[in-house]
Write a protein that binds this ligand. Structure first.
Ligand code: CAA
Length: 260
């Protein structure tokens, strides 16, 4: 698939979506969002794809957020539309039935961080910098940041980041639980692909159900979420992949999962 602002590649079960608008630090406009949505749709449909990686082109940015230049002369309706656009993207990532990894290669600011937070895992280059910087232009996060950041790192730190608009480095982000791991810059892209390929070798149906349970369960009562887990566990009980995993364990070999 050919896009204007996105590079879309597929290798070894991993689809990599690279935001490619480096002249604006990969800021999101309508076209960028729509192209990422199309790439996600393709990755969902393609049975050979088991994991998606979302990253930014160049050394400097994952994404510097929503395109600030489009906000000149804004009004309430346009702001609401922008909020809906980002939410559509974040929701598509969360609902995708495959793990999505944000590979944060540089700045992830405002909407850039919000999109990364909708991903299942966040791997950061040691050069990555993150922040909900909207307050600095008189705005608040509008792509779910007030909610997803709070759910990820708690009210205390979420308020600090959103109220001050400060930019934190990768190590600090790891310490507060915002990213899963920090990777040396020179090995970043290679390590991310290796990590993604490893994830792609896991049982796809188990990954899909685990993702849905964790995402849905977070907004449910513990009793209801545990009941849902039981049903998911039940579904997995009938998969060929479970039998393959058990047989491989007994035969002391590596399992080969087919997503069946
Ligand atoms: N929108 C549009 N263009 C952007 C942009 C953005 N979010 N961020 C950077 N750019 C553009 C700059 O305007 C500049 O282009 P020009 O040379 O044509 O002016 C180019 O990218 C390079 O940026 P800088 O020259 O500013 O680079 P720098 O190294 O000096 O600074 C930076 C880097 C600290 C990331 C700075 O660019 C910055 O603060 N960017 C804005 C980050 C931000 O506040 N994002 C939040 C946006 S609002 C939002 O996302 C709302 C929401 O919740 C959805």
């Amino acid at each position: 698939m050919q896009f204007k602002y996105v590079i879309y590649e597929k290798n070894d079960g991993v689809a990599t979506i690279t935001l490619n608008r480096p002249e604006a630090l990969n800021a999101f406009n309508d076209e960028v969002v729509n192209e990422v949505l199309q790439a996600l749709e393709d990755a969902e449909k393609d049975e050979n794809i088991r994991v998606v990686v979302l990253t930014g082109a160049g050394e400097k940015a994952f994404s510097a957020g929503a395109d600030i230049k489009t906000m000149k002369g804004f009004n309430a309706l346009k702001a609401r539309e922008l909020s809906l656009l980002g939410e559509k993207l974040c929701s598509a990532i969360e609902k995708l039935e495959k793990p999505v990894i944000a590979a944060i290669n540089g700045y992830a600011l405002g909407g850039g961080l919000e999109v990364a937070m909708a991903c299942d895992l966040r791997l950061a280059s040691e050069k990555a910098k993150m922040g909900q910087t909207e307050i600095n232009i008189g705005l608040i996060p509008g792509w779910g940041g007030t909610q997803r950041l709070t759910r990820l790192i708690g009210k205390t730190k979420a308020k600090e980041l959103i109220f001050t608009g400060k930019i934190i480095d990768a190590k600090t982000a790891e310490q507060i639980g915002l990213v899963n791991m920090v990777i040396p810059a020179e090995q970043f892209r290679e390590t991310v692909q290796k990590f993604a390929r490893e994830l792609a070798s896991k049982a796809p149906i188990a990954l899909k159900i685990a993702k849905a349970l964790i995402n849905k369960g977070a907004d449910m009562s513990l009793d209801a979420a545990i009941a849902l887990e039981r049903e998911g566990f039940g579904v997995i009980g009938s998969t060929e992949d479970l039998q393959e995993g058990v047989t491989a364990f007994i035969e002391k070999r590596k399992p080969v999962f087919k997503g069946k």
